[in-house]
Design a binder for this molecule. Structure first.
Ligand SMILES: [Zn+2]
Length: 311
């Protein structure tokens, strides 16, 4: 079964549109990286992060680009089967320092496969999280949230909000709904995962303001509480941080919705595909872009507790 889907980009209009008579050329990796770094400036990444080109020759031509959340072996295999020239992933392959990329480790094998096939690997991670639009904008939009603003704004050296960027997003639903109904919507609009959707709070409570953060959101629990939102949607919430927040607030908001990490970040890829296709088309150097639909969550199945309580 193919694990990719084609995303059709709207043709750019206005002064930036390509002249139909103009010569079209195949972009180089440097051209494509230039567009990506305009969308997701590496300078926006957190200090601990490692973003940008992992492997690849900037002078090499790029005709096909695959987008995915994780540089997992299965994704790399799909990319190479499709003859991708560039694989763009959200998560870094090599976040921590390495002294070897020998093909004796999983990561080393991936580097070898990519280099051998002439496929570049590029990472846009926390710089894509804070960008506008970024990873959490996409997550908020699929849930129908509007009036989006950062949950934890980036500040410039003068302490002022930096270009509307920041981690997480706060928004509003079009109309108040119950926590149960909203959780069902979240489960419906996000790609399926073995984990499903876990909720902390009374299902009958009415909610309207929502904070979201794609990926692991433990660090933003206090910000979500401080922002006074009704519910916080994120991934990878752990027992102690989540339990302690719920103990502090009692029956009150914020309620918590925990989704799979991969599901929370995957919606971002469609927007990247559209922007990348649109900008390169406008520059007269189009590329084919595909979004990988392969679920790369490590969890592959779930057994419901037979005596569990389902409310
Ligand atoms: Zn992530």
């Amino acid at each position: 079964m193919p694990h990719v889907t084609h995303v059709t980009a709207p043709l750019p209009s206005g002064s930036g549109a390509a002249d139909p008579g103009a010569e079209r050329r195949v972009p180089t990796l440097a051209d494509v990286v230039g567009v990506l770094e305009h969308l997701y400036d590496p300078a926006w990444a957190r200090d601990w992060d490692r973003v940008g080109l992992v492997c690849g020759d900037p002078a090499a031509p790029v005709r096909r680009v695959m987008l995915a959340v994780d540089p997992a072996a299965s994704v790399v295999e799909d990319a190479l089967d499709w003859h991708a020239d560039l694989l763009l992933t959200h998560h870094p392959l090599l976040l921590r320092g390495v002294h070897s990329v020998a093909a004796t480790s999983a990561k080393g094998r991936i580097v070898h496969q990519l280099v051998r096939a002439g496929c570049a690997l590029y990472t846009a991670h926390t710089n894509a999280d804070v960008a506008v639009p970024g990873v959490s904008d996409a997550l908020a939009r699929v849930m129908g949230l509007t009036d989006l603003r950062p949950l934890l704004p980036d500040l410039d050296p003068a302490g002022q909000p930096a270009g509307g960027r920041g981690l997480g997003r706060i928004g509003r639903l079009a109309a108040p709904t119950t926590l149960r109904e909203f959780a069902m919507l979240v489960a419906e609009v996000l790609p399926a995962s073995a984990q499903g959707v876990r909720i902390a709070g009374d299902p009958g409570c009415v909610i309207e303001s929502v904070a979201v953060s794609g990926g692991a959101g433990d660090d933003l629990l206090a910000a979500a509480r401080g922002a006074g939102v009704d519910v916080f949607v994120t991934a990878d919430l752990r027992h102690h941080p989540a339990g302690e927040l719920r103990e502090e607030v009692g029956e009150a908001p914020p309620f918590l919705i925990d989704v799979s990490h991969w599901s929370s970040e995957w919606p971002w890829l469609a927007g990247v595909a559209n922007r990348l296709e649109g900008e390169l088309e406008a520059a007269g150097s189009p590329v084919e872009v595909q979004v990988s639909t392969r679920c790369t969550d490590p969890w592959t199945f779930r057994v419901p507790s037979p005596g569990g309580i389902v409310r």
